[in-house]
Design a protein around this ligand. Structure first.
Ligand code: HPA
Length: 247
């Protein structure tokens, strides 16, 4: 089976469930990835893990070298990527700790290096992005979640904001009017870059907090609570990933 790549976000800078065989410092034409790739196996399946924000969580969402990260994973032999990303919950029925599997994305980011298809003399190239997330990988993740009895909500519109600041309450209202269910800072250009280099890509979105102006974030997002929420939720994410690897 081809290599499965896992990109861990906030709260998931190491997997713990992996038999590590190698750490590989990768160089790419686009510069350095967020850190060395951790190569090994989960339940017998070959896996490459990369912490999106670096192993010491020092790289801000707008500073992540998304091009180098995906290129390095592809170069290591990956054909698919499961990304784990923490988000704020916008939709009324989302709550901190919930896991969702987005099916659509809206990109509000700016100024990020967001394509491989640029440079002098290269032909203009367009990808189809009607369905930004891999149908097949989403199906496999849903099946894995079901098999291990973990709740994973099928479908959400992910709004990718620039960060690193959180949103104002009015911005969240606007995102909701736009049709967004959850908001995060790293979903783009990761998803479209993956498509550009033919990596199957899906995201497990972990609700870390109610988005600004919602739930207990009426007056302020309680940042001090997020760590605990993510710690607990990542246990469930790990179980889903283990099940996915079991096949
Ligand atoms: N907004 C944007 N990104 C996030 C949030 C949020 O409320 N929570 C976790 N990532």
């Amino acid at each position: 089976m081809p290599l499965l790549a896992i990109i861990g976000g906030s709260g998931l800078s190491k997997l713990g469930i992996m038999e590590v065989t190698q750490r590989k410092v990768a160089r790419t034409p686009y510069g350095e990835p967020s850190g060395a790739l951790t190569l090994g196996r989960i339940r017998g399946r070959a896996v490459a893990f990369l912490a999106r924000h670096g192993y010491g969580h020092t790289i801000a969402p707008h500073e992540v070298n998304y091009r180098a990260n995906l290129w390095a994973l592809k170069d290591a032999g990956a054909d698919s990527v499961v990304s784990v990303a923490s988000v704020g919950g916008i939709r009324k029925d989302t709550w901190p700790g919930q896991l969702l599997l987005p099916h659509q994305v809206i990109d509000y980011t700016w100024g990020r290096s967001s394509t491989y298809f640029e440079g002098v003399g290269l032909p203009v190239n367009h990808i189809d992005f009607t369905e930004p997330y891999s149908r097949e990988l989403r199906r496999q993740l849903l099946a894995a979640a079901k098999d291990c009895g973990e709740m994973l909500v099928d479908g959400a519109v992910y709004a990718a904001t620039q960060g690193p600041r959180l949103e104002s309450a009015a911005e969240i209202e606007r995102l909701e009017r736009d049709g967004a269910d959850v908001v995060g800072m790293t979903g783009m250009p990761e998803a479209s870059l993956a498509r550009e280099i033919s990596l199957e890509y899906a995201t497990i979105a972990v609700v870390a907090n109610y988005a600004a102006g919602r739930g207990d974030s009426q007056r302020a997002v309680p940042l001090d609570k997020i760590g605990e929420v993510l710690d607990e939720a990542m246990g469930r994410v790990r179980r889903i990933i283990e099940k996915l690897c079991e096949g």
